[in-house]
Design a protein around this ligand. Structure first.
Ligand code: SAH
Ligand code: SF4
Ligand code: F3S
Length: 471
């Protein structure tokens, strides 16, 4: 495989900055403030991308609003992972025809993973004529240039050329909040799980240079961020494309060495690349949070093989065992797909027995959704939806019982938690996160504690949540 990653030059990014300036000059000459609304779907990777798109919009002179009727620019950052996600986005894009009618100068942009799909771009071109700009994740770095074409000529622009992908440094960023931050360390995916669209819309795996990641993390710690989550579709294979003598565990250790009181998290890990070295590094480095999202997808070997997951049940369980040997109280979470094409109910029951065996702290559960262009979409899928839904419910019920038991074990414990926000629920003042990232609602406490670590005693627990008091 070609391991040469295209790196967008600093001159190119500076050129994008010039487009921002041109727009900024035009807006500054207007008698009112101009506003943008950025709507994000999908995973943390998309959230992180939206922070960069906001960075560009801010450099253009836009302020921000959550109200699409007030917005001069609407940017919808979409997700293609399941059909349901796409339907929602099409519904929302369709509804924007009304806001554009009220506000003809409005510029409507659709970006993200759906926009990379040719059939989606075609559908928008034909049937959603109020959309002005469509661009996929590969083109994010040149958003100012694309936007300027719409802004100055008012023609429609489509940019979703398929490519392995590139890396751009130096894009401005407007982060959401000042306690937690996302840091993308790599982009794309090489795994081609047979159900998954991500490799088709996000391109090949490519890593940022360690010095760029470290500089961003150092900056965040200096700005006072307390919780840094490193992002990638498969962070465990970080660095493999760089040809450096450095892997993901080494990167974690170097971030851990940055002075300051903060936590490091990461997601997502592919079980095939989750190494003993990584587990040992986590155990040794005090800033790495004791939490591991390790998606298993299914508990049956035939299904895992058909999914092209490359590990089997025994290997997965062995990794969980070794992880727990290193970090006994580690919080482990997972993703499960129910109803992969050809999965029988007895095979699904292997997933049930696996989750009983592992006892995850939490699960993200999905019913299989066929994605056009993936191998899974061509596989025979005889199981009726009613049976898939019944299996799905069995899984949810089993996990609820496990979660209730796990939560009950927190009762009476005092943990060093990060206070991360105001709790909107009645009877509670703040939200806090345990070291393992479990949410605890805190009864009383001042907002000035947000962004600090505090000892919280857990005084209540049910299936879904924990609550407690400042110790
Ligand atoms: N890179 C990560 C996550 C990718 S998407 C990983 O490898 O785990 C997040 C989750 O969505 C996946 O883990 C999977 O459980 C689910 N998912 C992906 N494609 C899906 C599909 N076609 N139908 C249903 N769920 C899907
Ligand atoms: Fe999709 Fe598999 Fe890549 Fe995750 S590892 S993004 S599930 S192809
Ligand atoms: Fe969705 Fe793209 Fe993330 S498809 S899950 S937004 S990588």
């Amino acid at each position: 495989m070609d391991t040469k990653t295209t790196r967008i030059s600093p001159e190119e990014i500076a050129r994008q900055g010039e487009f921002c300036e041109k727009i900024q000059e035009r807006l500054a000459a207007q008698p009112r403030a101009y506003l943008a609304f950025v709507d994000t779907y999908g995973c943390q990777q998309n959230e992180a991308d939206s922070e960069r798109l906001r960075g560009y919009l801010k450099s253009m002179g836009y302020g921000f609003t959550q109200d699409e009727n007030q917005a001069d620019v609407i940017l919808i950052n979409t997700c293609a992972i399941r059909g349901h996600a796409e339907d929602r986005v099409f519904g929302n894009i369709g509804a924007l025809v009304h806001s554009k009618r009220r506000h003809p100068g409005q510029i409507i942009c659709v970006c993200g993973c759906m926009a990379q799909e040719q059939q989606v771009a075609d559908r928008i071109r034909e049937s959603y004529r109020h959309v002005d700009l469509v661009f996929g994740p590969h083109a994010l770095w040149k958003f100012p240039e694309l936007f300027y074409r719409v802004f100055s000529r008012r023609g429609r622009v489509f940019e979703n050329t398929d490519e392995p992908g590139s890396i751009a440094e130096g894009i401005p960023v407007v982060r959401q909040g000042n306690v937690k931050a996302w840091v993308s360390i790599m982009y794309g995916c090489n795994n081609f799980c047979t159900y998954c669209i991500v490799p088709y819309v996000r391109g090949r795996e490519r890593s940022r240079l360690p010095e760029d990641v470290l500089a961003e993390c150092r900056g965040l710690v200096e700005e006072g961020y307390k919780d840094i989550t490193l992002l990638g579709q498969n962070v465990n294979s970080y660095g493999k494309d760089l040809g450096l003598d450095m892997d993901f565990a080494d990167l974690l250790a170097q971030i851990n060495d940055i002075p300051g009181d903060f936590l490091i998290r990461f997601m997502t890990s592919h079980p095939k690349d989750a190494s003993q070295k990584l587990f040992e590094t986590m155990a040794r480095c005090e800033k790495i949070a004791p939490v591991f999202h390790l998606p298993v997808q299914a508990g049956n070997d035939r299904v895992l093989k058909a999914m092209n997951r490359v590990y089997d049940r025994a290997t997965y369980l062995d990794k969980v065992k070794r992880l727990r040997e290193q970090i006994p109280d580690v919080v482990i979470t997972s993703d499960i797909i129910v109803g992969f094409p050809g999965e029988t109910t007895p095979e699904f029951e292997d997933t049930l027995s696996l989750i009983e065996e592992v006892e995850y702290d939490a699960l993200f559960t999905f019913i299989y959704s066929p994605r056009e262009g993936t191998p899974g979409a061509k596989m025979p899928d005889p199981m009726p939806m009613a049976e898939k839904k019944a299996n799905f419910q069995r899984l949810v019920d089993a996990q609820n019982a496990i979660s209730a038991k796990k939560h009950a074990a927190y009762m009476g414990k005092t943990l060093r938690c990060l206070i991360d926000g105001v709790c909107e629920e009645e009877g509670f003042a703040l939200t806090a996160r345990t070291p393992g990232n479990r949410l605890v609602r805190v009864k009383e406490g001042d907002e000035s504690l947000i962004g600090t670590f505090q000892n919280v005693t857990v005084t209540g627990a049910n299936t879904w949540s924990l609550w407690g008091e400042l110790a």
